[in-house]
Design a protein around this ligand. Structure first.
Ligand SMILES: [Fe+2]
Length: 544
């Protein structure tokens, strides 16, 4: 079966293509449209379908819209209920539902030749669940989905066996851990439905002073679900304006919400595990991008193995919806081959772009070595290699790299990216060396979805990547999966004695991650980056 998955309704519109159960392409619309998160999650924008990403997925596989057996849309308007009956204040939600109902004709006009009758509606949380369980490297698994909202729920707990989902619990709206986290994000002066990870980073600077208040408001119900009562955030900490400095009170509020979230997650997975006794847990939904909570679930929860979908937010539902329809249609779904499911360019195409831009470049004999030398001399490198990543993390395909041994590189990179200085940057490490340096979180960790403790003897050696609480969000690099990145890391170790490099996403402030070679040149042109490594080609910034 040829199934195109589409996520469009709330945020992070994306498309994914699954052919005979194999994931062949997946891409977020923002990487093509250059609008961060595609569009704001408001009802007025819900008509927009990810037409650029959808067309690219088809082109990549040499398919026409008429070749598709199905388009899987990751929301089922038939399950929705009026927002006020769900206890949501969302006066234009009916517009969103209308757009969802009409999506077959929107898709048919975006993809001429598509039969609108082939569009299948997949319940939102089933799409998330499949993105966690059917895309995971190993078979039967429990699954936990938590996000802001779907049609009428914010959560699903279940079990997959032989590709089929048994749903064991769902939590009806308005109770939502995702919306709770969005509320505190907004109260703390960040952009809701976008900047939740900033709250997680800020939490490390605080102590959970308001834990009791949070425990009263957020409770589990003993049947696999939970309640989130309204919280008067202003009684706990003053609201922060977007440009105001943060205070200890703000950090303490962030720490309190984070701590309660972790406790509740542990209770929810405890309930699920009691029902199934399964060894493995798959996580998806926006809450699963909380790598601190994921680590707590792995360390203190009942499962031997916790796997998190790298595109755990709504973008991942494009893939999950496609996998669901493929599986329901009788295809056996293969695990996703990696997060590098986006666009790539041949060497000739890359050279063509460099020639057109008339920038001086060289074809390197050994780009891994040349990059390692630049990093060892404390240069900042823009690294553009292979297919772009699906999901919010740069995993060595569209990355900004730096020396982890220089403490000031955190500030330097946050300046390049226009980010707040309290936000950490992450290390990539050779998989075989990770155990010596990083503990507690699961290893290997190829998708940067957990945090790890940095061994005491390494903290002074890699200060740029150690967060204030002594942790780091590690990406392990296996030479089999990522031979070029692994060679660069090995060369850097030879030169510096450190098998770790700082890795953050290749973009500048407020922009989506770089996707095309042209995006890479634009980023290189406007940011103080010393070297751009694009395929085998290197472009150097002349010394001032
Ligand atoms: Fe979602």
């Amino acid at each position: 079966m040829k199934v195109l998955g589409v996520n469009a309704l709330f945020h992070d519109p994306a498309a994914a293509l699954v052919v005979d159960g194999v994931t062949v392409a997946a891409l977020e619309e923002e990487r093509l449209s250059r609008r961060k998160h595609g569009h704001r999650p408001v009802p007025f924008a819900a008509w927009e379908v990810p037409e650029l990403a959808a067309r690219w997925c088809l082109e990549e596989a040499g398919l026409e819209p008429s070749d598709l057996d199905a388009v899987a849309y990751s929301y089922d308007p038939a399950l929705a209920e009026p927002a006020d009956e769900l206890g949501l204040h969302d006066p234009w939600d009916h517009l969103r539902q209308t757009y969802a109902q009409r999506v077959p004709s929107f898709l048919a006009s975006a993809l001429p030749g598509l039969d609108p009758a082939c569009v299948r509606f997949v319940p939102h949380h089933v799409a998330h669940a499949a993105s966690g369980a059917l895309a995971a490297p190993s078979g039967d698994t429990d699954v936990l989905v938590l996000d802001g909202r779907g049609e009428r729920a914010s959560h699903l707990a279940g079990h997959y066996s032989d590709g089929a989902l048994e749903t064991l619990a769902t939590q009806r709206l308005p109770h939502s851990l995702g919306l709770l986290y969005e509320d505190v994000t907004q109260h703390l002066g960040f952009l809701r439905s976008s900047d939740e990870f900033k709250v997680m980073a800020l939490a490390s600077y605080g102590t959970p002073q308001f834990a009791d208040e949070l425990r009263r408001a957020v409770t589990t119900t003993g049947d696999g679900g939970f309640r989130t009562e309204p919280i008067d955030w202003g009684s706990l900490a003053k609201p922060r304006g977007p440009d105001d400095p943060w205070t200890q009170e703000h950090a303490d509020l962030a720490a309190s919400v984070q701590a309660r979230l972790e406790e509740v997650l542990l209770e929810l997975v405890g309930w699920l595990h009691d029902r199934t006794g399964a060894r493995r847990l798959a996580l998806a939904g926006g809450v699963a991008l909380n790598c601190v909570a994921n680590t707590r679930l792995h360390a203190d929860g009942p499962y031997d193995d916790v796997w998190v979908q790298p595109a755990a937010g709504d973008a991942g539902t494009a893939l999950g919806a496609a996998l669901t329809v493929a599986s329901d249609g009788g295809d056996r779904c293969a695990p996703m081959p990696g997060a590098d499911l986006g666009r790539s360019w041949s060497d000739d195409e890359l050279e063509g772009v460099l020639r057109t831009a008339r920038v001086p470049y060289e074809r390197s004999k050994d780009v891994a070595r040349e990059v390692a030398e630049c990093l060892a001399a404390d240069g900042i490198v823009a690294w553009f290699q292979g297919r772009s990543e699906y999901g919010p993390r740069a995993l060595g395909h569209r990355s900004l790299l730096a020396h982890p041994g220089r403490e000031q590189n955190l500030e330097r990179l946050n300046d390049v990216k226009g980010r707040e200085q309290f936000r950490p940057v992450a290390p990539m490490v050779l998989a075989e060396r990770a155990q010596q340096i990083f503990g507690r979180g699961p290893l290997p960790s190829p998708y940067m979805l957990f945090v790890h403790d940095v061994a005491a003897e390494w903290r002074d050696r890699i200060p740029a990547v150690v967060h204030v609480d002594g942790t780091a969000r590690v990406q392990t690099v296996d030479a089999h999966d990522e031979p070029l990145v692994a060679r660069m890391l090995s060369a850097f170790e030879e030169l510096s004695g450190i098998p770790v490099v700082v890795n953050t996403s290749l973009n500048t402030a407020g922009r989506p991650m770089v996707d095309s070679p042209r995006d890479a040149l634009e980023c290189f042109g406007s940011a103080p980056v010393d070297l751009l490594a694009m395929g085998p080609f290197v472009v150097r910034r002349p010394r001032a």
